[in-house]
Ligand binder design. Structure first.
Ligand code: ASP
Length: 350
């Protein structure tokens, strides 16, 4: 692990953690191929960073990864870096590929309880070494937000994602575009800040800092024995049955239609009912990018409610996966699992 550290104390200290992804690439002038940029020299390579009113250190994963290769092992690695440096730094900027950034950042949001400092994820659609890159704006503004303070306290004290002029609550985001710079959206929760001529924080939307005496709790146990069951007209019994009978399966994110609706055929409801009776937790999340599950609103969701499907309300699929891994890792009984899943733990549910 590469580590550059020469803290000055009078300005906010920001730690950048680079895990991989497009943002850290530069073009080799000879071969024209994209290669990884040495983040230990970030302040020298992007001189604009010197103008920021903060002190920046950086650290890179030894083995840089495309975010398609992300997994819970790396989540724990990111978490441990932040935990080990929590007292030393005032804010954390985590650079990952954008492809799975919503999953990664949503999970990290659950892993930190009583967070009092900003952890902000960003990346880019074009490499930092590209002339038209979106990386510089994303990185510079993210650092500025991570360093922002009001009355001696960080303005942001939650896990966020910054991309293309908008700061979002991380566990509300979804990647919606593979080409445009505006790659993310947060349909069910407005941006926490917007960057234009001024950097405007929507203060009423921010996670309000609780009693500072509450100690940071870091939970690293995640259970990956889960799956997504996305419904589509024509889905067969064979497919649903096979999925629900996966060995060691503990939880399912059931992606339903509209306001949480699903087929009412007996074979479908019976399969779900049997799975629930066998201890599998099934969470209902809508396939729509915006809006909420309202169990029982239509006849087509009444049976789901009756058999004990958990109401995911307006949570995103990414955040539901994260919360499922997290809560399953806490060894809760079914009643407590349902109670915690259906209420907001980190602002992920309205
Ligand atoms: N494939 C890249 C990744 O997610 C794309 C990006 O960095 O935006 O790692």
């Amino acid at each position: 692990m590469e580590y550059k550290n020469d803290i000055m104390t009078n300005k906010p200290n920001i730690l950048i953690v680079y895990t991989g992804g497009t943002i850290g690439m530069v073009k080799d002038y000879k071969t024209k191929a994209l290669k990884v940029f040495d983040f230990s020299q970030i302040v020298d390579k992007i001189p604009e960073l010197k103008q920021l009113d903060c002190h920046i250190d950086s650290l890179s994963f030894e083995e840089l990864i495309d975010s398609s290769n992300m997994n819970t092992h790396y989540y724990v690695q990111i978490t441990e870096i932040i935990e080990a440096n929590y007292e030393k730094y005032d804010g954390f900027v985590i650079l990952t590929g954008s492809d799975t950034m919503s999953y990664i950042s949503s999970t990290i949001s659950f892993m930190f309880e009583n967070l009092q400092k900003p952890i902000i994820f960003t990346g880019s659609q074009l490499p930092i070494g590209d002339l038209r890159t979106d990386a510089k704006e994303n990185l510079i503004t993210t650092i500025e937000i991570a360093a922002a303070r009001k009355n001696g306290k960080p303005v942001i004290s939650e896990v966020c994602l910054y991309f293309e002029y908008k700061l979002y609550r991380a566990n509300r985001t979804t990647k919606i575009n593979a080409e445009q710079f505006e790659a993310f959206t947060s349909m069910n929760y407005p941006p926490l800040a917007e960057s234009g001529v001024h950097l405007n924080f929507n203060e009423h939307l921010l996670h309000s800092q609780k009693n500072t005496a509450e100690k940071l709790v870091v939970r690293k146990k995640l259970d990956t024995n889960i799956a997504i069951l996305k419904l589509f007209p024509g889905i067969t019994k064979n497919v649903v049955e096979s999925l629900l009978n996966i060995k060691d399966l503990k939880g399912i994110v059931l992606e339903t239609y509209g306001a949480g609706n699903a087929p009412t055929q007996d074979w479908f409801i019976d399969l779900l009912k049997a799975a629930i009776q066998n201890g599998i937790l099934i969470v209902n999340v809508t396939q729509c990018v915006g809006g909420s599950v309202i169990l029982g609103h239509y006849e087509t969701s009444v049976a789901l409610k009756e058999i004990g499907v958990v109401n995911g309300k307006d949570i995103t699929t990414e955040s539901a996966i994260a919360k499922l891994m997290y809560l399953l890792g806490q060894d809760l009984d079914v009643k407590s699992f349902k109670m915690f899943f259906e209420r907001s733990l980190r602002g992920e549910i309205s």
